[in-house]
Ligand binder design. Structure first.
Ligand code: OGA
Ligand code: NI
Length: 378
């Protein structure tokens, strides 16, 4: 999910002359994003970006270096039955324990990945007047620049140190006519590859749950795609803010492409662990909907992104989720019956994606990092 605007309340450690609303307005009205602040030569971050780390565990800190995220080679899944079942076992273990892992030999060519990262960089680094054209609150727009950040309803919250572009569609289109010209080709190539990887992962995950290969696809987990191209500018005071506040995603699955800067962390047994960039790898993590339908077997991982003095950092998230049409968002989801037993009864109520999404956004705006899932527990 887009998290650039989902942050905690700023404490009133402000001088009387600090006009919070004015600062918000200036930032929104500039439509130049966080990058605009850096481009103006700022050596301090504006107050609206200063986060209140009242819980010690929320403070930016290096990850526990004794722990590392599982890295799974999925290159051999079509070789022979043994290699496939070995891979499925590794995916099951990582999904149950971490809810986040990296995959290598996943079939997306590095040229396609690099072109995607470059296209996101170029979008953010182009003339601000052109970027502004994509700054829209039209809910039907396919492509948007800083969707959440420039939403005025966010005015009461502190802001995360990052810009983003987002693009959402149902079923993979053959072409992307609404996208900026130079973005179409890299996007189309990357989306085709990432969609194929998503389908492969859903098959492996279905098998890891002991279900038929097509199960998760059949229940519509992968109809809709939501793309977010993050751009986190270098930050002069990284200890005061965050690039993305701790959150869990909503969608079933996220496939994240990150560059080599680092900063992404995942919470594992109450400790932050770095998701260290691995050239060519894709980060895979689950959202709350996956945890709900698997009745807590697969974890929706809590993660965050630290602000850094170096940058920009670029990452590209692709979320797989049901399509957006009313009929589909009203479809009911509940813990998968085949996974339930007397010893393992359902712990979540039936819900629609719509309700789940509404709950998630309300939790994100509260900015306390609490899980939307608690709301659906029986
Ligand atoms: C997200 C997210 C992490 C990153 O988009 O939900 O967590 O590294 N992104 O940008
Ligand atoms: Ni996320």
């Amino acid at each position: 999910m887009v998290v650039t605007s989902s942050v905690g309340e700023v404490q009133p450690v402000v001088s009387p002359d600090y006009d919070r609303e004015h600062e918000f307005r200036a930032f929104f009205d500039s439509k130049a994003g966080v990058k605009g602040i850096i481009d103006s030569g700022a050596t301090k971050i504006p107050r609206i970006f200063v986060h209140d780390f009242d819980k010690p565990e929320d403070k930016p800190c290096p990850g526990n270096s004794n722990l590392s995220i599982p890295v799974i080679d999925i290159g051999g899944i079509n070789q022979d039955a043994d290699t496939r079942s070995d891979t499925v076992d590794k995916i099951r273990a990582a999904s149950e324990e971490w809810g986040l892992f990296q995959v290598v030999n996943h079939g997306i060519p590095s040229t396609v990945m690099n072109k995607m990262v470059d296209a996101v960089r170029q979008f953010h680094e182009q003339d601000v007047e052109i970027k502004k054209l994509y700054c829209t609150s039209d809910p039907k727009a396919m492509f948007r620049y800083n969707k959440g950040t420039f939403d005025r309803s966010q005015m009461k919250k502190s802001v995360a140190w990052g810009d983003c572009i987002s693009c959402e569609f149902d079923h993979l289109p053959a072409d992307f006519p609404e996208l900026p010209g130079e973005f179409r080709n890299p996007m189309s190539e990357y989306m085709n590859c990432v969609n194929t990887l998503g389908m492969t992962l859903f098959e492996l995950l279905s098998e890891a749950l002991g279900l038929r290969k097509s199960y998760l696809k059949d229940i519509g987990c992968a109809e809709g795609l939501y793309f977010v191209g993050h751009y986190y500018p270098p930050c002069p005071e990284p200890e005061l803010t965050q690039a993305a506040i701790a959150h869990s995603d909503l969608a079933f699955l996220n496939m994240l492409l990150q560059d080599q800067i680092g900063g992404l962390q995942v919470l594992y047994q109450n400790e932050w662990v770095d998701v260290t960039p691995l050239p060519g790898a894709m980060v895979v993590n689950f959202g709350d909907m996956m945890q709900l339908i698997t009745n807590d077997k697969f974890k929706s991982s809590k993660h965050r992104v630290l602000a850094k003095k170096v940058g920009p950092r670029i990452s590209v998230a692709t979320f797989m989720r049901p399509a957006r049409s009313e009929a589909v968002t009203s479809r009911m989801y509940e813990p998968i019956e085949e996974l339930l037993s007397d010893e393992n009864p359902a712990i979540y109520k039936r819900t629609t994606i719509k309700d789940c999404m509404a709950q998630l956004y309300s939790n994100l705006s509260a900015g306390d990092g609490s899980s939307a899932l608690l709301h659906f527990r029986i």
